[in-house]
Design a protein around this ligand. Structure first.
Ligand code: NAG
Ligand code: NAG
Ligand code: NAG
Length: 352
């Protein structure tokens, strides 16, 4: 038994954010790729976990190839000051569990991995660490991109997957080794401190220049565009019911507020104060530079809601487009050069 004074000393020793007096300490490790996850998932997850009483310390193992003068990395010190950042070359295929152990020193109760692209190098190292640390949960940020849709939408978690995808191999290694494993499959993500803007910029780029917005097919295809803070909330929701999370293992990951391609264009036009000149073209001509798929490709988060009690998104695209458009202007979106050659190829194929 440890007494209260010792417990306080233990709590104080953690780099953590413990808000409640508790004898149990739970450390979280987030393994984060160089892009930060295109919607800065590790950053948003660290923010979310900072206010979760179950988590007493947070460490980000950050791929050192990130650019510290870009978001979200430049906000690490101001927005998540209590989070310990450790950097390493996560692309180094010679990385092993021992390397990770040396880097971190500690072991961790909860791991979120948004960096490993397969079951070798960093991936195997993280998986093996989860085993040797006897971690309570290893949560992997996979991708809905591994689905091979078979015509059922929203795509259920049982949709066939591309077995050869690196993510699928990571998942297989985790399951085969009996790890307490959960895998989320996010779709399209946007966020305030993102470093990837091309999905929604596609629409503003054309609208603010009074250029037509090419959309393949009839524009009624639906897309799941999710604010990164809501994706982080999904990733954190494993802590609501850890055994249900492990039992189900695979979760779709996105907002429940689906929008059609035409709706994205119209909402962007409204925010930019222009009329949307949407031009549907024959999808057999291909994607050109259209940011989404030619056909439907969406999921619903029903499984996360029912099994993990996920409380749903707190953001929606329509409202977010206001700050998004301000950021578009601040990033020089109005004045940058835009190459519309590919647009012309699909809008007037006969003339090129
Ligand atoms: C990092 O980002 C800054 C700001 O966007 C840029 O000026 C710089 O060239 C980048 N550095 C590298 C190494 O890419
Ligand atoms: C991290 O998250 C992003 C967003 O879904 C995803 O594109 C990326 O593949 C993720 N996973 C890994 C293992 O890097
Ligand atoms: C953090 O995630 C939890 C679990 O899903 C959620 O209940 C909570 O609302 C999230 N916090 C924020 C600020 O989004």
């Amino acid at each position: 038994m440890i007494n209260a004074a010792q417990a306080i000393a233990i709590l104080a020793a953690g780099a953590g954010t413990a808000s409640a007096f508790s004898l149990s300490m739970s450390s979280a490790l987030i393994v984060q790729n160089k892009g930060g996850g295109h919607g800065e998932l590790g950053f948003q997850l660290a923010k979310n976990l900072s206010s979760n009483p179950k988590i007493t310390s947070i460490t980000i193992l950050q791929d050192s190839a990130c650019n510290d003068s870009k978001e979200p990395f430049k906000s690490y010190s101001t927005d998540i000051p209590n989070v310990k950042i450790v950097k390493a070359d996560l692309a180094d295929e010679s990385m092993t569990a021992a390397t990770v152990q040396d880097l971190l020193g500690d072991s961790y109760d909860y791991i979120w991995d948004n960096a490993s692209k397969g079951a070798s190098g960093c991936g195997k190292a993280v998986l093996d660490c989860a085993k040797s640390w006897n971690s309570k949960l290893l949560t992997y940020v996979s991708s809905a991109g591994i689905y091979k849709p078979d015509g059922v939408f929203p795509m259920p978690e049982t949709t066939p997957i591309k077995d050869t995808a690196g993510q699928a191999q990571y998942e297989k290694y985790a399951v085969d080794n009996g790890l307490p494993f959960v895998s989320f499959r996010p779709q399209y993500i946007y966020g305030e401190k993102s470093n990837k803007w091309d999905y929604i910029d596609y629409f503003f780029d054309r609208l603010v220049r009074n250029e037509p917005v090419p959309i393949p097919g009839d524009g009624s295809q639906k897309v799941s565009l999710t604010n990164s803070a809501d994706v982080a909330s999904l990733l954190a929701s494993v802590l609501n019911d850890e055994s249900a999370a492990v039992q189900q293992t695979f979760f779709n990951c996105g907002t429940d507020q689906l929008v059609t391609y035409d709706e994205v264009a119209s909402m962007c036009a409204e925010v930019a104060g222009v009329d949307a000149n949407i031009q549907h073209y024959d999808a057999s001509l291909g994607k050109a530079v259209f940011p989404f798929r030619l056909t439907d490709f969406y999921v619903s988060p029903d499984m996360a809601k029912s099994k993990l009690g996920w409380d749903g998104p707190k953001h929606n695209l329509r409202e977010d487009l206001s700050w998004y458009f301000e950021s578009y202007k601040a990033r020089g979106g109005m004045t940058k050069e835009l190459d519309l050659t590919k647009d012309k190829e699909v809008l007037s194929p006969a003339s090129v």
